[in-house]
Each structure stands twice: as structure tokens, then as C-alpha cells.
Write a protein that binds this ligand. Structure first.
Ligand code: PMP
Length: 371
């Protein structure tokens, strides 16, 4: 049953059982209206109230100031890869898109996985139009430990446009919101259900629709004009209700955030302490047996959220990992198989993994090594 397992899957992740129970009731009959929440109009007051409360709670959890707008969108992180570039190039017509850095260029680590090149080796232009990075890379388990020094705004508060994908580590650590022009994340790992994506964008980057860049420039850059549904300005103007948004998905995010705020009076810092502790427990167990396990990413940049390692017990790694997964499964530790392109083991330490779950996994890692 649900209470017998701990789920370490990379996404979607577990949702708190109480949130699902409340959600199930709301689907049938929301607040005694006789109508389920997914059946109410997205144009109703009830829908606006849910959206506004959820935005307020997210702002509270992450200390998002009023100078930022919160958008609920569809299309996932994958949609936002494109949408951020469309929108930001659009607002920055005077420059051209110069640099996109990736946090985890596999080539720079001699073909091995799991590093972030030293900042001193980054080849950013002197004055880049836009810098994009993935704050936590889910496949190899690599996380930026801090906001990059070279992207910090200067004393005048001005800096490059910085956009970050926080799909897998949002709400697991305090972030310097003011350093970002925009961040985005799918809800399905730390926040809610699959199918809804959140964008937090500095309002100054929401231009009036009339300042759309000329189509000729977009063509020159090889960028199509963004579909309306991906225009941040349009979505912001309509309080995320340009078209039919799943209010149920927003409601679930709201429930998760409500529980978050109840659990952690000090908000994301409270969660960060727990996330760090869970990660430390698991890494300590792995590191206690260097002959049996090998952590994939470099230590300085290893992720607190996606913990990726190989089981090097005996000569046959694949066989050792199969046994590891089978024995884990027998103990209710599931979702530990690494990404299909990499193999190995990946324990995803999202917010719904309880401390006891991490303890159980750490204990199993130690016992397996000694068996
Ligand atoms: N960014 C990161 C860091 C991810 O982990 C994922 C999915 N695992 C994506 C983007 C893609 O997101 P989606 O599946 O919501 O399109």
C-alpha cells in the first residue's frame, strides 16, 4: 500500500497523501457547490480566488517581491525552454542572443558526466544579452551550489538577463530571486501535478504587446514568432486565464503550498534544512563504501535533489545494480532506477520524500554494501 513505500522517482513525484485525499473530495464536490473543481468555469470567481491565493502563497514561500509576476502555464519545462527565448529575445531587440551556457556540458568533463565548468572558463560575451542555466540537472544529478558569481548584478543593480530552469529544485532552497529575470518549473516534482508549469518573471520584462520585435528580426535569428499561448505578456495580462487553465492543477499546488507554510514557519529555509539533511544522509551512506559505490557527479556540484551513483560491487555493474534495485524494491524503496540513457541508480530527494524515507534508503545502502 501507499504507506509501505518510499518513492524516489525522478518525476512525477509523490504528492502528500492528505493533499490527494482532499483533492479527491474536491473533484467530486468543491466547497459544497455540488460541482467538482475541475468542472467549475475557469472564469468563475472561485477560480480567480484559487489562482490569487496560490500566487500569494508561492510568493510567500519563496519571498518573491511584488516586482515579479507569477504565471501558470502549460507545456512543461520543455515548452518553457522555447518560450523563455522567444519572450526574452522579443524584449531585447537591441541586442542579439549571444550566449547560452549549459550547466552540464558533457564534453567538458572528458566525456564523463557530472560537472559544471569552472566559472573562469565560461566563454560569456562581455555583455551577454541573455544567460540561461539549469539550476539542477535531473539526469546526471548536478546542481549549481550557488548563484554564479559572474552573473551577479553590479552595484547599480544591473546585470545580464538571467533565466533559470528550476524544474527539479524549486522550493528546496532559498534563491536570490532578484538576481533572476525569470525562472520556470514544471509542477510535477516539488509542487503538484504534471500538466502545469510556473513562470516567475520580473514585471519589467513584460512589455506592452505593441513592442513585439519586428518579424524580420525574429526570422534573422531563426526564431518563429511565439505562439500567443507562450507570450508571457498575454498570460500575465489575463492572470493566467487567457485560455482554459486546469484550476484543479492550481488548486493542488495551493494545497501543497498551504501544507508547506504550515510545516515551515521559516518557509523555504525550513525545507532547505530538511532537504540538505536527507541528501547528506544518503551521500554519507554511499561515501562510506567507496569500493561498492561510485557517485557520478563531481563532489562540488553534486545535486542534493537527484542523487546519482553506480553500484560497483563485483565485476558486473549491471548485475549488481539489478540486485540493488530488486532488494530495494523488496523493502519498499522504489523508483531508484537511473535515467534510461545512463543507467545506474538515481534517488530523487524531492520534498515529498520524508526524512524517514531517506533514513530507510541510507540504511539499505549500508546494509547492501556489507552483505
Ligand atoms: N528541466 C528539468 C531540470 C527537468 O528535470 C525536466 C524533466 N525531467 C524538464 C526540464 C522537462 O520538463 P517537462 O517534462 O515538464 O517538459
Amino acid at each position: 500500500s501507499r504507506s509501505d513505500i518510499t518513492y524516489f522517482g525522478a518525476g512525477p513525484a509523490l504528492l502528500p497523501t492528505v493533499v490527494l485525499e482532499e483533492g479527491a473530495k474536491a473533484l467530486l464536490n468543491y466547497h459544497d457547490t455540488g460541482l467538482g473543481i475541475a468542472e467549475h468555469s475557469h472564469r468563475s470567481q472561485l477560480a480567480s480566488d484559487i489562482i490569487n491565493q496560490t500566487k500569494a502563497d508561492l510568493a510567500s514561500c519563496l519571498d518573491i517581491p511584488d516586482s515579479y509576476e507569477i504565471l501558470f502555464m502549460q507545456g512543461g519545462g520543455t515548452g518553457e525552454f522555447a518560450a523563455t527565448v522567444y519572450n526574452f529575445v522579443g524584449t531585447w531587440v537591441a541586442r542579439k542572443l549571444q550566449d547560452i551556457i549549459r550547466d552540464n556540458d558533457r564534453k567538458t568533463n572528458g566525456g564523463k558526466f557530472g560537472t559544471i565548468p569552472e566559472e573562469s572558463t565560461w566563454k560569456l560575451s562581455k555583455d551577454p544579452a541573455l544567460v540561461y542555466f539549469c539550476a539542477n540537472e535531473t539526469v546526471d544529478g548536478v546542481e549549481f551550489p550557488d548563484f554564479p558569481q559572474s552573473l551577479q548584478p553590479g552595484p547599480d543593480g544591473k546585470g545580464p538577463i538571467v533565466i533559470a530552469d528550476m524544474s527539479s529544485n524549486i522550493l528546496t532552497k532559498k534563491i536570490p530571486i532578484n538576481n533572476f529575470s525569470a525562472i520556470f518549473f514544471g509542477a510535477q516534482k516539488n509542487l503538484g501535478l504534471t500538466g502545469i508549469t510556473v513562470v516567475v518573471i520580473k514585471k519589467s520584462f513584460l512589455p506592452p504587446a505593441t513592442s513585439q520585435p519586428p518579424a524580420s528580426l525574429m526570422r534573422q535569428l531563426g526564431l518563429p514568432i511565439p505562439p500567443t499561448i507562450f507570450q508571457y505578456e498575454t498570460i500575465a495580462k489575463n492572470n493566467s486565464l487567457y485560455n482554459t487553465l486546469s484550476i484543479f492543477d492550481v488548486y493542488i499546488i495551493g494545497q501543497v503550498l498551504g501544507k508547506f507554510l504550515q510545516t515551515y514557519p521559516d518557509k523555504v529555509e525550513g525545507q532547505q534544512a530538511v532537504s540538505d539533511k536527507k541528501a547528506q544522509l544518503i551521500y554519507d551512506a554511499i561515501e562510506a563504501f567507496p569500493e561498492i559505490y561510485k557517485i557520478i557527479p563531481n563532489k562540488a556540484v553534486r545535486s542534493r535533489i537527484n542523487i546519482c551513483f553506480r553500484v560497483t560491487k563485483g565485476d558486473d555493474i549491471d548485475a549488481a545494480e539489478r540486485v540493488f534495485l530488486e532488494e530495494g524494491l523488496a523493502q519498499g524503496l522504489i523508483g531508484l532506477k537511473g535515467h534510461r540513457s545512463l543507467g545506474g541508480i538515481r534517488a530523487s530527494n524531492y520534498n515529498s520524500v520524508p526524512l524517514e524515507g531517506a533514513e530507510k534508503l541510507a540504511k539499505f545502502i549500508r546494509a547492501f554494501a556489507m552483505s
